[in-house]
Design a protein around this ligand. Structure first.
Ligand code: HEC
Ligand code: HEC
Length: 271
């Protein structure tokens, strides 16, 4: 996707002032980049960087905190390939490596993460130590997705949610971005077109909710010859509540609202 990450970068930048003086600008940019990737990839739905958050609530973490993953595998030359397979295919629920240390039973296959990005993430995770993990966690605290405060969705909240949920890896809000690139066909249907198609269909919401949860049927595409993607994978990291929030917003889009949100995402307009 060609959409810039400026919205998230802006939000992250707001919290980087915590670190001025402790790290150089270049390092901060690189860290911001990897934090965007890790949050867009859905990893942070189940993992923290350090054990602190879980300790604070007196509960077990769902997935192992990444700094503990680093401690465990840092000096094991075979670990990288094993972990890469786990990110791609999920972990074996009958052979947990973190038994009695985490409350999650297994990790699902992270189907929306490319091999290249999985490698970047793992390289970074394995490089963590207490200090760098704590600094990165503090930076992340500045860009947590807020819960709904009003009945009507705040544009900034929903754009954070949609990008954290990984949807924007395959979807744009309007057709503009795809049209500008060499391939005129978008990968997934632009959301404003999803809205136009289903807005007045009272049965659509449940069907779409099911698609977000379980993926679309590759043999029964609803967008044949209009998109280049063959099917949508099950979005396993998106809770039902958040899937409903996203769909309600997507179905509420019209040309004007979608273009505005797309400009905000591209960093060209203030939220
Ligand atoms: C739905 C929850 C969930 C999501 C999303 C998730 N994980 Fe995990 N992850 C887990 C659980 C649970 C474990 C512990 C598995 C075990 O017990 O062996 C785990 C374990 C791991 C491990 C250690 C594996 C081992 O064999 O010790 C790594 C590395 C990891 N996850 C990386 C990632 C990355 C990178 C992402 C994002 C691309 C991600 N995870 C997304 C739940 C999740
Ligand atoms: C890996 C790429 C990918 C990701 C990630 C993805 N989608 Fe899709 N999505 C697609 C494709 C391809 C289609 C077209 C399916 C078809 O042809 O019926 C689609 C279709 C849809 C549709 C229309 C379904 C229909 O029956 O008309 C909705 C709504 C949708 N996606 C929402 C989402 C949401 C919300 C997210 C994030 C939580 C998301 N998608 C993430 C690729 C993706």
């Amino acid at each position: 996707m060609k959409l810039s990450h400026s919205l998230l970068i802006g939000l992250v930048a707001a919290s980087t002032c915590l670190f001025t003086g402790t790290s150089m600008a270049a390092e901060t940019d690189e860290q911001t980049d990897i934090l965007l990737l890790i949050s867009r990839s859905g990893c942070l739905n189940c993992h923290d960087l350090t054990p602190q958050a879980a300790k604070a609530t007196g509960s077990m973490p769902f997935g192992p905190p990444y700094v503990e993953v680093a401690k465990r595998y840092k000096d094991d030359p075979k670990a990288f390939d094993m972990l890469l397979t786990t990110v791609k295919n999920g972990s074996n629920p009958y052979k947990s490596h973190w038994k009695d240390k985490v409350s999650g039973i297994a990790m699902p296959p992270m189907v929306t993460v490319t091999e290249e990005n999985a490698k970047r993430l793992l390289t970074w995770i394995l490089s963590l130590d207490e200090k760098s993990a704590a600094a990165a966690e503090a930076q992340l605290a500045g860009q947590k997705i807020p819960t709904i405060t009003n009945k009507t969705e705040d544009e900034k909240e929903i754009l954070l949610l949609i990008s954290h949920s990984g949807c924007l890896n395959c979807h744009d809000l309007t057709r503009q971005t795809a049209a500008k690139e060499s391939n005129p066909m978008p990968f997934g249907p632009p959301y404003v077109e999803v809205a136009k198609r289903y807005k007045d269909d009272p049965k659509a919401f449940e069907m779409l909710l099911n698609t977000v949860k379980n993926g679309s049927n590759p043999y029964k595409s609803h967008w044949k010859d209009k998109v280049s993607g063959i099917a949508m994978p099950p979005m396993v990291t998106v809770t039902e509540e958040n899937a409903k929030r996203l769909l309600t917003w997507i179905l509420s889009l019209d040309d004007e609202k979608a273009s505005h949100a797309e400009m905000v995402l591209a960093g060209k307009e203030k939220p």
